[in-house]
Design a protein around this ligand. Structure first.
Ligand SMILES: NC(=O)c1ccc[n+]([C@@H]2O[C@H](COP(=O)([O-])OP(=O)(O)OC[C@H]3O[C@@H](n4cnc5c(N)ncnc54)[C@H](O)[C@@H]3O)[C@@H](O)[C@H]2O)c1
Length: 331
């Protein structure tokens, strides 16, 4: 039996993500939570003749508790998305509190669930989640994941646009964080190997780092990526569920707390002591099994990208941690 919950299920990401779960055949129960409209989304999805039983809750009458009890996997896309001209960091003020409160629920009602954070700024909301779980003495770093899969999905698509072939052919390691210059695609380590013409390298890297802006601009005030994000988030969740079910050899880039994941200390040393960083992580029955370290093979060009990444990430991580530690025992 697998029970999954989507928190923020009525939103632009939440609805298609819930649809993908409902039709996947991977979960037995799908529990939806939002501050608005979950009865409607739940009723709609419940008519699909899939195997998942769909339940839906709003905050009153212990809605969050009922959503989370018995959950094996919780995905959080709750919060506000970007408008044109906003960075992901601009979302911090509102989304930090939303993530704090929802993760408090996870700590209380399903502390052993895999927890996937989509709400931006991921660079800071994952440290917030870790601090909340720590305060409740239930932090297991092998079960907390910042979802950076959309950067990986975009990278394959944009690489194919430059070198030709199908986007499905290319696996691009994207490391670092999930915001602008903290996103570092390792184009020297694409599989199968590709040769990016030197005069197109900067533009390609920039497109991967700031690809989200294309969507924000095209939606013209109506939000950020939702459909591609739902696809990418579901892809990561599916990998986790399959790995938990015994499938071996699954590796996905994800933003993790390095010291708590096997292999993470080596990465931490290589990235100047940062506590959180996205690298390709092997998944297994209990979540993160091994963080791989692609840093020894990076090119000089990638080293210059990484320098900027470290600078940005350091502040983002600190901001998230301090958001919780400054609140002391108020949780
Ligand atoms: N990780 C990524 O790659 C990635 C990509 C795109 C967007 N995002 C982020 O995902 C988040 C959601 O984006 P969206 O486009 O779906 O936004 P949206 O506004 O369409 O949906 C957000 C949903 O969250 C709900 N919500 C707000 N407060 C809540 C609370 N306390 N509890 C439960 N639900 C609550 C809202 O009611 C809404 O239904 C944003 O922070 C956005 O920046 C992340």
């Amino acid at each position: 039996m697998v029970k999954a919950a989507v928190l923020g299920a009525s939103g632009g990401i939440g609805q298609p993500l819930s649809l993908l779960f409902a039709v996947s055949g991977l979960v037995d129960e799908l529990s939806l939570y939002d501050v608005v409209n979950t009865p409607g989304v739940g009723a709609d999805l419940s008519h699909i003749n899939g195997k998942a039983k769909v339940t839906a809750y709003l905050p009153p009458n212990d809605g969050l508790q009922k959503t989370l009890e018995g959950c094996d996997i919780v995905v959080i896309p709750a919060g506000i998305p970007r408008k044109p001209g906003m960075s992901r960091d601009d979302l911090f003020k509102i989304n930090a509190g939303i993530v704090r409160d929802l993760v408090t629920g996870v700590a209380k009602y399903c502390p052993k669930a895999f927890l996937l954070i989509i709400s931006n700024p991921v660079n800071s909301t994952v440290p917030i989640a870790a601090e909340v779980l720590k305060q409740h003495n239930v932090f297991d770093p092998t079960r907390l994941f910042g979802v950076t899969s959309l950067d990986v999905v975009r990278a394959s698509t944009f690489v194919a646009a430059v070198v030709g072939g199908s986007p499905t052919e290319y696996t691009v390691p994207v490391i670092g964080g999930h915001s602008g210059e903290t996103i570092v695609p390792l184009l020297s380590q694409v599989s199968p190997k590709v040769d990016i013409p030197e005069d197109q390298l900067d533009a390609l890297v920039n497109r991967i780092q700031f690809g989200g802006d294309e969507v924000v601009k095209a939606k013209d005030g109506l939000g950020s990526a939702t459909l591609s994000m739902a696809y990418a988030g579901f892809k990561f969740a599916k990998s986790l569920i399959e790995a938990a079910g015994g499938k071996s050899g699954i590796v996905e880039p994800t933003y993790v707390y390095l010291s708590g994941v096997p292999g993470g200390e080596e990465v931490k040393e290589a990235v100047g002591g940062l506590d959180f960083f996205a690298v390709p992580v092997e998944l297994g029955p209990n979540g993160a099994v091994k963080a791989t370290n692609p840093l020894p093979q990076v090119t000089d060009y990638e080293k210059s990208l990484l320098k900027k990444c470290y600078e940005g990430l350091e502040g983002n991580i600190k901001k998230g941690v301090e958001f919780i530690t400054a609140q002391g025992s108020k949780l």
